[in-house]
Design a protein around this ligand. Structure first.
Ligand SMILES: [Zn+2]
Ligand SMILES: [Zn+2]
Length: 375
C-alpha cells in the first residue's frame, strides 16, 4: 500500500528534471529532518514514510519513468509497492539507501587490522658500520590454531545475540549543535560479533588469538643510527576476524664504542702522544672501523691537530660512500717525575729557547704552565 497520493517531486522539493544526485541529496536532508526519533512534529513518521516512498520511486529509473508517464495509477498497475520498513530498524534502511557509512560510526562485525608490535635490538658500532643480520625475539598475538580465530570451542555453536538480533550493531540517535546523528555502535552484549559464545575455545579463552614468542632474522642496514626503527610489514599482532596483521617496529640501539665518537657519518677518535713522541715524531697504530691503520705523525705535531682519514667513517645509510674518520692529536704531560726525569727536563728546558717552540706561542704557554704545576 502506498503511503501517499501526493506528488513525489513536490514531496522531495526537487524539479521534475532533477538528476539522481539532487534527488539523493534532497532525500538525505529530509530524512535527517523528519527522522521520527529526532523530530518533535506529531506527523513526522507519516511524512518520513512519504518522502522515503518518493525517494524509492524517483531513485529507480524504471519506476520513475512509470510515474512520470502515468502517475500513481501507473505505479499501482505496474505492481509497484513501496518497501514496508520497520521504524525500529531505520539504520538498516539508511544503509540500504546510502551504503553503510552514511551516518558514520563503525559496525563491530568488521574485520580489524592487528596492532603493531614494538621490539628492540642492540648492536655495536662495528655491526652498524658493516650491517648485520640479527635474530630479534618478540611476543606477538597469532590466530588461535584450535578455533581458527573465531574463539568457539570446536564442536560447539555460538547462538545469535538477542540484544542486536545478530547484527552486531545498535543504532542510537543523538542531537548536537551540528544537527541530528544516527550513531551506529558495536553491540555491547556481544562485542559487535552478533553472536554469543557459550563454549569459548579452551586454548585461547575465546579470544581467537594467543600470544606467541616469535623470532625473526632482521637485516640491519649498514650506516644505521642509534634510535632508528625498522618496520617488518605484516609481522605484528594478528588481525581480528580476518583483518590483516599489524607491523613490527624494531628499535635499533647502537651501543657506544669507547674508542670512537660518532657524529652523523663521521667518526672521531683521539691519539695520546708523549711529549717526546710529539717532539720527535712517531708512527702509531690507530683503531678504525676497518681495524688498525698506521698513522705517521711528524716531529713537532701539536696537540689539537686533526688528521683526516678519508672514507674511514660510517657508511651512508641507504646511500653511497662513507664519512671520514678524524683523529685528534693529544699530548700527555707527565704528572709524576723521578729525580732523574726532573733533572733531565730541567736540563732540556735550560737548553731551550724561543726557537725551540717557534710558530706556536700558545703551545709554549701551555707547556710552561704544565712544568710549573709539576715542579
Ligand atoms: Zn581458540
Ligand atoms: Zn549483540
Amino acid at each position: 500500500m502506498s503511503a501517499t497520493s501526493r506528488d513525489y517531486y513536490e514531496l522531495l522539493g526537487v524539479d521534475r528534471d532533477a538528476d539522481e544526485t539532487a534527488i539523493k541529496k534532497a532525500f538525505r536532508r529530509l530524512a535527517r529532518e523528519l527522522h521520527p526519533d529526532v523530530s518533535d512534529a506529531p506527523d513526522a513518521e507519516g511524512r518520513f514514510r512519504e518522502v522515503t516512498e518518493a525517494y524509492e520511486v524517483l531513485s529507480n529509473s524504471e519506476t520513475r519513468a512509470l510515474y512520470d508517464r502515468y502517475g500513481h495509477d501507473g505505479l499501482r498497475s505496474g505492481g509497484f509497492a513501496p518497501t514496508q520498513f520497520d521504524m525500529a530498524n531505520l539504520g538498516d534502511l539508511f544503509s540500504m539507501f546510502f551504503g553503510g557509512d552514511v551516518f558514520g560510526g563503525g559496525g563491530g562485525t568488521r574485520a580489524a587490522r592487528g596492532a603493531d608490535v614494538g621490539a628492540q635490538v642492540e648492536i655495536d658500532l662495528a655491526q652498524a658500520a658493516s650491517g648485520v643480520t640479527i635474530p630479534v625475539p618478540f611476543d606477538v598475538a597469532v590466530t588461535c590454531r584450535t578455533c581458527g580465530g573465531d574463539g568457539v570451542e570446536p564442536g560447539t555453536q555460538p547462538t545469535p545475540c538477542p540484544r542486536c538480533e545478530g547484527s552486531g550493531r545498535l543504532q542510537q540517535v543523538s542531537r548536537s549543535v551540528f544537527g541530528e546523528f544516527v550513531r551506529t555502535q558495536a553491540c555491547p552484549q556481544c562485542g559487535g560479533r552478533g553472536q554469543l559464545v557459550e563454549h569459548p575455545c579452551k586454548t585461547c579463552d575465546g579470544a581467537g588469538r594467543v600470544i606467541e614468542q616469535r623470532e625473526l632474522s632482521v637485516d640491519i642496514p649498514a650506516g644505521i643510527h642509534d634510535g632508528q626503527r625498522i618496520r617488518l610489514s605484516g609481522e605484528g599482532h594478528a588481525g581480528v576476524l580476518g583483518g590483516r596483521a599489524g607491523d613490527v617496529y624494531v628499535l635499533v640501539h647502537v651501543k657506544p664504542d669507547p674508542r670512537f665518537v660518532r657524529e652523523g657519518n663521521d667518526i672521531f677518535s683521539q691519539v695520546d702522544l708523549t711529549i717526546a713522541q710529539a717532539a720527535l715524531g712517531v708512527t702509531i697504530d690507530v683503531d678504525t672501523l676497518d681495524g688498525s691503520v698506521e698513522l705517521e705523525l711528524p716531529a713537532g705535531v701539536q696537540p689539537g691537530e686533526v688528521r683526516v682519514l678519508r672514507g674511514k667513517g660510517m657508511p651512508v645509510l641507504q646511500g653511497f660512500g662513507r664519512g671520514d674518520h678524524r683523529v685528534l692529536v693529544n699530548v700527555r704531560v707527565p704528572r709524576r717525575l723521578s729525580d732523574e726525569q726532573r733533572s733531565l727536563l730541567q736540563r732540556f728546558e735550560a737548553a731551550s729557547d724561543e726557537h725551540t717552540y717557534a710558530d706556536d706561542e700558545s703551545f709554549f704557554d701551555k707547556l710552561k704552565n704544565a712544568f710549573r704545576a709539576a715542579g
